[in-house]
Write a protein that binds this ligand. Structure first.
Ligand SMILES: Nc1ncnc2c1ncn2[C@@H]1O[C@H](COP(=O)(O)OP(=O)(O)O)[C@@H](O)[C@H]1O
Ligand SMILES: [Mg+2]
Length: 276
């Protein structure tokens, strides 16, 4: 099983929407998928439960850290939903190391039962995010192309607790950043200008889709993506033409991310090491 953590300390950048899309996409491609919602807001849980496509575990995700190790439904696609108790984990600093260790033990226990584990995270840089990143194979960071979010990219990499470089150096050398995924992208002059800036500053961290100068993975802002989230619908099965058009737009980006997670593409770590 390969574990992908979707993370960014900013809220509202599309983490849960991307996690939901990836879960459905990987399941549709025949992979055994475990989805874990570590955000007490439950924005991965709600659409996945509504979709009826995954078996829902009888525990909430806080139990993956507090133990004891629970058995999951014996099904190819399983969701471990979010719960209010997630909020309490950060308040037990003496327990942080055991919480992270327990989460790692859980992932090891289910290693043979799934091909991919998608972990959606909360924005605050707390023990949930640390535990997930400390045991993950991959991280993916949705970003929005506004100034505030772009300023956050440096923190994403270098934050003293949850910065991806910090985690990799101190806790988890195998952690690989698949990349930054611009989300909620709009064709405005402002966003275009910001995109140029991101390409200039962080091009090694963007996810290449081809050789062209602007060929990077991204997710446009589309009302059907928000609708799919709120209705629990699978985007490409929605009746509207707009939903199918959007699906065709985003599928190459999801396919590329899936290829990394499935090990059919290797990320050029060397590129990442030289980025700011
Ligand atoms: N590509 C998109 N197009 C339109 N709306 C989106 C898109 N991605 C996310 N949203 C909507 O934006 C809001 C925030 O997205 P969400 O995925 O919950 O962000 P996060 O998990 O980072 O807080 C939600 O209402 C969601 O449905
Ligand atoms: Mg979310």
């Amino acid at each position: 099983m390969k574990t992908l953590v979707v993370c960014n300390q900013k809220g509202g950048v599309g983490k849960s929407a991307v996690s939901t899309l990836l879960t459905h996409y990987l399941a549709h491609k025949g992979h055994r998928v475990l989805a874990i919602d570590l955000d007490h807001q439950g924005n991965l849980t709600t659409p996945l439960v509504q979709s009826g496509r995954l078996a829902v575990a009888g525990i909430t995700s806080d139990a993956l850290m507090t133990g004891p190790l629970a058995a999951l439904p014996d099904r190819p696609q399983v969701l471990v939903p979010s719960g209010r108790a997630l909020l309490g984990l950060e308040r037990q600093p003496a327990q942080h190391t055991p919480l992270a260790r327990q989460f790692r033990d859980f992932l090891a226990k289910v290693d043979r039962s799934f091909d991919v584990c998608i972990v959606d995270t909360n924005p605050n840089p707390d023990i949930r995010v640390i535990s997930a990143l400390a045991s993950a194979d991959f991280a993916l960071s949705p970003i929005q192309l506004n100034q505030e979010a772009m300023d956050g990219v440096a923190g994403l990499l270098n934050h003293e607790r949850v910065g991806l470089r910090k985690i990799k150096a101190v806790l988890n050398p195998k952690l690989t950043l698949i990349g930054l995924l611009p989300t909620l992208v709009e064709p405005t002059p402002y966003q275009r200008a910001n995109f140029v800036q991101v390409v200039q500053r962080y091009h090694a961290l963007l996810i290449r889709l081809g050789a062209g100068p602007g060929a990077f993975a991204s997710i446009p802002r589309r009302s059907c993506i928000a609708e799919a989230q709120s209705e629990g619908a699978v985007l490409w099965e929605m009746k509207k033409t707009a939903a199918r058009d959007t699906w065709h737009e985003i599928e190459p980006s999801l396919a590329r991310i899936a290829a990394f997670v499935n090990g059919t593409k290797t990320v050029l770590e060397a590129n990442h090491a030289t980025a700011p």
